[in-house]
Design a protein around this ligand. Structure first.
Ligand code: PEP
Ligand code: MN
Length: 328
């Protein structure tokens, strides 16, 4: 149930959990914690109440029914969900300091506006490279300070949350942890921008319910990221579900990025799927990029080189031109 109040009005506790959603000329109160349907007639007559709207979706705060305006998440100077598509690029893992800084300089020169690299890597094999850990976070901080790009990195353990908040601008929750509710609850309290990747076999509803944990816990700075799902087919590492992009934009106000790298798993298909993602309405791309992709510490097979990244940024300029032609 969503209660729309006249501006300046508030509600007393009525035994529910009220979550205020402030807007320009009205305040909406999202009522949760109720068992069974809320009786609108008991609320509609209260002073200051303009309207009571039943929310039909299981996700509330994430839904456009509750929050009609699109959310823009700001990370440093970068606005995700605003007009311009954003490109976030970098290697899968943080590598040596010198190489990481060099990659960051090059992706910035190509036009990326944010740098992404994992310091803590959730790997399928316990024998695979697990990331440089805290040492990697220090390198990311140097990228932010010396190269001047905001940095994105994945949190896999709540024990590292404080260090992540200190060194990282946008905290990634990876596919494997999308439903790690302990992690989501702490990230809600941390009030830092979060990049929430879709779980590899998560339905749209499960994904948005995971985002709901963040918003219900008080953190509205959430960016969704489609990264491919498991299907029967094995021609790609995952099946990039671009179908979900316009749907997410319809049912939710949160911005959505697409990660074509994990979505296809082979570098030769990253550029065409980047174009497709933007044409489908993605607010930006997350692309694994390296100066020497074959030398990457992890996910080299799906990592593009900087020349290909430049090509994708050129494609974006062309797509923008087509959009303005269509609008004129
Ligand atoms: C990654 O971004 O490097 C990663 C591990 O992605 P995902 O969680 O989507 O598998
Ligand atoms: Mn990776």
């Amino acid at each position: 149930m969503l209660i729309i109040l006249r501006k300046g009005c508030t509600v007393r506790r009525l035994g529910f959990t009220p979550l205020p959603v402030p807007g320009a000329d009205r305040t909406a109160i999202c009522v949760t914690g109720n068992r069974g349907a809320v009786d609108a007639s008991s609320l509609a007559h209260l002073p200051g109440v303009l309207e009571c709207i039943p929310v039909t979706r299981p996700y509330k705060m994430v839904s456009r029914e509750v929050h009609a305006e699109s959310t823009i998440v700001r990370v440093g100077e970068v606005a995700i969900g605003g007009g311009e598509p954003v490109v976030v690029a970098g290697p899968c893992s943080v590598e040596t300091e010198a190489r990481t800084l060099r990659i960051a300089e090059e992706v910035k020169a190509a036009g990326a506006v944010m740098f992404r690299a994992g310091a803590f890597k959730p790997r399928t094999s316990p024998y695979a490279f697990q990331g440089l850990g805290r040492e990697g976070l220090v390198t990311l901080r140097k990228v932010r300070e010396q190269v001047g790009l905001p940095v994105v990195s994945e949190l896999v353990d709540n024990a590292d949350l404080e260090a992540m908040c200190e060194h990282v601008d946008l905290i990634q929750v990876g596919a494997r942890n999308m439903q790690n509710y302990a992690l989501l609850k702490r990230l809600a309290e941390a009030r830092r921008p979060v990049l929430l990747k879709r779980g590899m076999s998560a339905t749209l509803e499960e994904w948005l319910m995971a985002a709901e944990y963040l918003l219900a816990g008080g953190n509205g700075q959430v960016v969704l990221c489609e990264r491919g799902i498991r299907t029967f087919d094995d021609h790609a590492r995952n099946t990039l579900d671009l179908n979900v992009v316009p749907l997410v934009r319809r049912v939710s106000h949160l911005p959505i990025l697409v990660d074509p790298s994990h979505g296809v798993g082979e570098r030769d298909r990253v550029r065409p799927m980047s174009r497709a993602a933007l044409a489908a309405g993605a607010h930006g791309l997350l692309i694994e990029t390296h100066t020497e992709p074959d030398q990457a510490y992890s996910d080299g097979q799906q990592t593009i080189d900087v020349a290909t990244l430049r090509g994708i940024l050129g494609d974006i300029a062309v797509l923008k031109g087509l959009e303005s032609m269509a609008a004129s």
